[in-house]
Design a protein around this ligand. Structure first.
Ligand code: SAH
Length: 222
């Protein structure tokens, strides 16, 4: 069996064992997770572990979440297809690629220049053209492209950045890890139901790397 088809088999196995069995039901999300090759978004030495149930290092001290968390968060965004989505914390570009398999366009912001470059490279190597990567502080959002139908925050925030709430369409959803400690959070879904009304819902407990920026945590000085 070729390496490529072995990886495809491992990916399909991951989708049934780690996602469907644990309750991910959204057909768009399951199809997207079957379509996007996670191994192409991680360092070569980690590729044999691409479909294991765990986070992996992507460089610069950052990690890609376990596949289940990526699927869970994207399912919680309730995408139907055709949306304009903002992601904060682009990392390797993997979650953006999964989002882009469902949405019409994904704008992703990554604060570490080296990772923003890696994300661009991974996305173009995977042939994905409907993702735009920017290197900036994502807590300020992307005002020129707002409003968004959905926002995925892939790093843990001390509180929900005001600027991101302002950049949501009426009816838009945001999924964001929020907590008092930099590395352990509550995963929250926010729905903008009216211009000045935001409904918040607790989803589960998670552990993300910190969201660092003007409306996030301060960078560590050590
Ligand atoms: N979604 C990524 C994993 C994200 S890890 C993937 O699929 O690979 C979280 C990322 O958030 C890290 O790369 C970190 O550098 C980035 N990050 C932290 N604070 C940020 C901010 N204010 N703006 C943009 N990116 C930020």
């Amino acid at each position: 069996m070729s390496k490529r088809s072995a990886m495809r088999d491992a990916r399909h196995q991951m989708v049934s064992a780690q996602l469907e069995r644990r309750g991910i039901r959204d057909g768009n999300v399951l199809d997207a997770m079957r379509a996007i090759p996670r191994e192409e978004f991680i360092a070569t030495e980690h590729r044999p572990h691409a479909y294991e149930d765990r986070p992996l290092a992507i460089g610069a001290g950052q990690t890609i979440s376990q596949p289940y968390i990526v699927a869970y968060m994207i399912e919680a965004l309730q995408l139907q297809g055709g949306e304009k989505v903002l992601e904060i914390g682009g990392g390797s570009g993997y979650a953006a690629a999964v989002l882009a398999a469902i949405a019409s366009h994904v704008f992703t912001i990554e604060r570490i220049p080296e990772l923003a470059r890696i994300a661009c490279r991974n996305l173009s190597a995977a042939g994905i053209r409907n993702v735009t990567v920017r290197c900036a502080d994502g807590t300020q959002g992307w005002p020129e492209k707002a409003p968004f139908d959905a926002i995925l925050v892939s790093a843990g925030a001390p509180e929900i950045p005001r600027r991101l709430l302002d950049q949501m369409h009426i009816g838009a959803r945001m999924v964001i890890p929020v907590g008092d400690a930099p590395t352990s959070q509550d995963l929250i879904r926010v729905i903008r139901t009216h211009a000045n009304t935001f409904e918040r819902e607790w989803l589960t407990g998670v552990r993300f790397v910190p969201l660092i920026g003007e409306e996030g945590w301060e960078p560590r000085s050590d």
